[in-house]
Design a protein around this ligand. Structure first.
Ligand code: 9MR
Length: 375
């Protein structure tokens, strides 16, 4: 590889970052995100099964040093943990819970019931026909009993149901909804509570700032509570951009959910800096690539980096104003190169949505989030 200026600079910052990490003991503990925000809320991030197979490295060091809550990005999803009727992959889950125990992280289970990443066999008979309400309920409950039962007593919270409400406030017409009806949600929460009575149970979704969705989530909380079914919290994902959503609307949702007596988890923050006509997080969406939609292949211009830091600071000011109601704030990834946002909603772009750069160098937004609490 030719040693051009970009490679050279990247190499330098990689060296600096890794030596800073190696000298971890020199990093003052009170400077970590988890320490700075310790009186406000848990500060979380995600971890993958692959990372958990390593015994050291910059990712694990940052996760240990900076965060006190962790969610598995993918390995507890149905497709991965329970790919066939009698097949369970508990090794990554066990490694996750052990890692959290060892390093003092609160472990967040993600996710018991979702329309996505659930294998098609779940919804079908052997002949490929819809399996129908009763049998699908039995399968859903069996999955929850086994998985939540396996983790019993070791998780701080479970995302019990993910993304069951559309942006317009109606129920998503998922196979769960179509075959069981809207009460699949109540049944999932009831079963999760039986399987692990000490875990906080959350409803998790994106675009929670949209008034119609806010109203639907409030109605869901009320309906569950009226039936005596425990729901302890709401996960507001927080996949945001530089100019969406309106933070006033986001704040209204925090207040509305808190008024219902549940805790708020800001569960999946990333701040997209690329042109993005699609302002949602429905995972099946794909838009076409065009070079103008991918303007920062050579690096993030300082002005955009500042804009992202402003945005992060504005978001965190709102969150700090509501720290009484907010239990946890988690980013959805560590370093820019690792984010799902490089491939969503357009594949193959170079995005910068997280707190560390591709070589684990600290970004302006990270400095700003530290400064907010260091003043
Ligand atoms: O970040 C996750 C990505 O690696 C997966 O390919 C994708 C599908 O499983 O899910 C991503 O995480 C999603 C999360 O589970 C639920 N909310 C939206 C997140 C981003 O799509």
């Amino acid at each position: 590889m030719a040693l051009n200026r970009r490679n050279f600079l990247a190499g330098l910052s990689l060296l600096a970052a890794s030596s800073a990490l190696r000298k971890g003991f020199e990093f003052e503990d009170f400077h970590s995100l988890k320490a700075l925000y310790k009186d406000d809320f848990l500060f979380g991030n995600i971890i993958t099964g692959k990372q958990l197979e390593k015994s050291s490295g910059p990712e694990l060091e940052l996760l240990e040093r900076e965060f006190n809550a962790l969610t598995m990005e993918n390995d507890m999803k149905w497709q991965l943990v329970h790919p066939a009727p009698e097949v369970w992959h508990f090794d990554p889950v066990n490694r996750f819970m052990d890692f959290c125990d060892r390093h003092g992280h609160q472990a967040i289970g993600h996710v018991l019931v979702w329309h996505s990443q659930t294998p098609s066999w779940v919804f079908e008979t052997e002949q490929g026909k819809p399996i129908g309400r009763q049998q699908l309920l039995d399968r859903m409950k069996g999955h929850i009993q086994t998985l939540a039962g396996h983790c019993k007593g070791r998780l701080y919270a479970w995302d019990v149901v993910n993304e069951a409400i559309e942006d317009n406030g109606t129920f998503r017409k998922s196979a769960w909804y179509q075959q069981i009806g809207a009460d699949f949600i109540a049944e999932a929460f009831r079963t999760a509570h039986e399987a692990d009575p000490s875990a906080q149970l959350l409803y998790n979704d994106y675009n929670m700032h949209i008034p119609a969705k806010r109203r639907a989530v409030v109605a869901l909380i009320r309906s569950l509570k009226a039936q005596g079914i425990p729901i302890h919290g709401v996960g507001m994902q927080g996949h945001i951009g530089l100019d969406y959503p309106d933070l006033n609307e986001f704040e209204k949702s925090i207040k509305a959910f808190a008024n219902e007596g549940v805790k708020i988890h800001i569960s999946e923050i990333d701040i997209d800096v690329l042109p993005n006509p699609y302002r949602s997080a429905e995972i099946s969406t794909r838009l076409n690539y065009a070079p103008w939609k991918d303007p920062y292949r050579e690096g993030l211009p300082p002005a955009v980096s500042d804009e992202q830091a402003d945005r992060g600071e504005a978001l965190f000011k709102v969150l700090l104003n509501h720290k009484e109601s907010i239990e946890r704030v988690s980013f959805w990834g560590l370093a820019d190169g690792m984010s799902w946002k490089n491939n969503f909603p357009i594949r193959g772009r170079v995005n910068y949505p997280l707190l560390w750069g591709r070589n684990f160098e600290e970004k302006e937004i990270l400095r700003r989030l530290r400064a907010l609490k260091s003043q």
